[in-house]
Design a protein around this ligand. Sequence first.
Ligand code: DX5
Ligand code: ZN
Length: 219
Amino acid sequence: DVAIQISPSILSADFTHLADEAAAVANSADWLHVDVMDNHFVPNLTLGLPVVESLHRVADLPLDCHLMIEDPDRWAPSYAEAGAGGVTIHAEAAKAPVRTLRTIRAEHARAGLAINPATPVEHYAELLPELDMVLLMTVEPGFGGQSFLEMVVPKIRRARELIDGGGGTVRLQVDGGVSADTIEQAAAAGADVFVAGSAVYGKEDPAAAVDALRAQAQR
Ligand code: DX5
Ligand code: ZN
């Protein structure tokens, strides 16, 4: 069994204190999840390359960059160059995913593919050898603080079967509505990397929240 990883989403943090917010989870989390939104692929605008470059200089955790943008083929390599530990592109947006995923790896970042709730994971089985991580959205992308979509749980199981069947070491991340109430069912279905925004930064003690989520996912 691979170890559980927790990736707190900086989207739910205080953007006026990003360095402190990153430091708050540096000793408890594995990654720092960075949601890049362009107001076109999703109806929200967050942050881009300059902020990722700045965060990379101050954060002690590798940056897990989730690109919710219309043209990931154009922009993903720049996020890897900016120092991201991982760059995840959306299946629904990428026009040349094989080339883009290979470019991300060539820039020494982990390559991820994100899949929206209504997108079947089976369509992307052939891409598994190109991937270090599959991200299954458990909300419609765009905002923190939404409710976990239970309809995605069978897809988590199918993705786990595809990954194990391929014999590789692809990580399976879930993102959206992950909390003390939902993390156990996602873990039981086969997820091993958990993004949590409001369930970490919405708490008084974000580091303790990470520890508690990890303990629940390991059960
Ligand atoms: C949603 C983002 C998520 C979001 C998760 O589009 O991809 O990473 O920050 O926030 P919570 O955990 O509050 O649902
Ligand atoms: Zn995300």
